[in-house]
Design a protein around this ligand. Sequence first.
Ligand code: GLC
Length: 563
Amino acid sequence: MTDFSSDLTADTTEPTEWWRTAVIYQIYPRSFADANGDGTGDLRGVTSRLDHLRDLGVDAIWLSPFYVSPMADAGYDVADYRDVDPQFGTLDDADALIAEAHRHDIRVIVDLVPNHTSDEHAWFRAAVVSPPGSPERGRYLFRDGRGESGELPPNSWRSVFGGSAWTRIEEADGSPGQWYLHLFDSRQPDLDWTNPEVREEFHDILRFWLDRGVDGFRVDVAHGLVKAVGLPEWDHGQELLEGATAGGERPPMWDQDGVHEIYRGWRKVLDTYEDRMLVAEAWVEPAERLARYVRDDEMHQAFNFAFLTSGWRAGALREAIAGSIEANDSVGAPSTWVLSNHDVVRHPSRLSVAPDGGLVNGIGSDDPQPDEEIGLRRARAATMLMLALPGSTYLYQGEELGLPEHTTLPDEVRQDPAWFRHHGEVAGRDGCRVPLPWQAGAPANGFSTTGRSWLPQPDSYTRYAADAQAGIEGSTLELYRAALRIRRERRTAACTLAWAEGYDDSVVAFNLPEARVLVVTNLGSEPVRLPEHAAPLLSSEPLDEHGNVPADVTVWCSVPGAS
Ligand code: GLC
């Protein structure tokens, strides 16, 4: 890393509508920091590490679920939306975290899981002991089975995690009973969003957390709440969280027009508070369909998975960038950018094993292993490209350390339901959820005081520990800090993007005219010459001896020009 930017003047003016340019850092609470030493991260652990996030320079945190849950899907199976699971702490800890984060000038976004509850939620417990057709069953999608005695599932839908999307229950009298729909694990029954009681409940849950001071919600599986009337057949397989297009048809469980009315209702609730936002996790294509979630009376942002799945290909990246900006501009919404989260292989490993893009459903010991050096080099370049793009950016905990995926986890420690439901044929998501290394060489590298850790760290994490990188020139942590500082000072995220002419197809190059910044990412194999007038501000690796941009490197340059 080369940082030539110290002569910049600071401009820390807060933009209105903070989310439009925000850097939002995802915390996966059970793997961030463990304050009580039981091997699982907790809310007090998060509070204890807020200084790290302030020094990094993020604007907000998004916390993956910490609500009461039997953890069949790591908290995305919520048993009580208004309380904290004891393993993460208490409601008082949540209040303290929100207050402390705000004191650090960091906003707080919490996760809302509306598509399904846990099978241990009071509503589902009541539903299984109530008769078919009862109001209790009417909150979920119970149906009679097909076949002579209802022994076949009501339709052919598959679970995202593998296997059928239906599970049969035993009725109160012990006889084989109805089936319920679960697009994910059988312990995550889908709610019936045509039921007004479900809608009211979620308005109330929104208010519960807004009243506690949260600044927004990340909405889980936002494209799944409404199913096509009559639950028509869909024989196609179901890839992990993919689902918007298959031969042009829209699957009957995803991206149905009816979801938008729900979000318009939520927006009204949020608008009675100040400055709060909603971000959709919606795996929807093309960009125009996704833009419907961020029309001006719906959500504020939607994750951009087209960018994440572009791999390390200049053409695909350019297309994803241009397509997102155009579609979002058409509805007045900011674009968002993301490379890693708790559902996908960490990008240093992904860009090594899958440079052609797409999703990789985990990496196991028997799979081709990533090249750590190439992967990290590309990841740093990809991150600098992402952080230069106009709009809002999401970071996933540990990416600021350059952490690779844990690709050799022993089978017996795996917990992802996708691994179990695919009978071990796909590694699943545990490898990106490994607890963070804070202090090189300390027990569990400082994740917990006792050395306990719900998933083991790979040996390499000692090298990546935060304290081994802080203050070290060229470290990934210092690269992120420098990039976020320049982004803030030059307000690059509020700029327009103008493609730069005269570069090879294997280069992504654009200007941010208002900031007088040129960004060049070299995805080819030959060094790329910079224009004479370009003065490098920051590069993901050193430029070569001629001042050219080597392969797999991004550079930000200061350029003269009209502002
Ligand atoms: C979302 C979450 C994922 C979870 C799924 C079911 O995609 O990000 O972790 O398994 O929804 O709630």
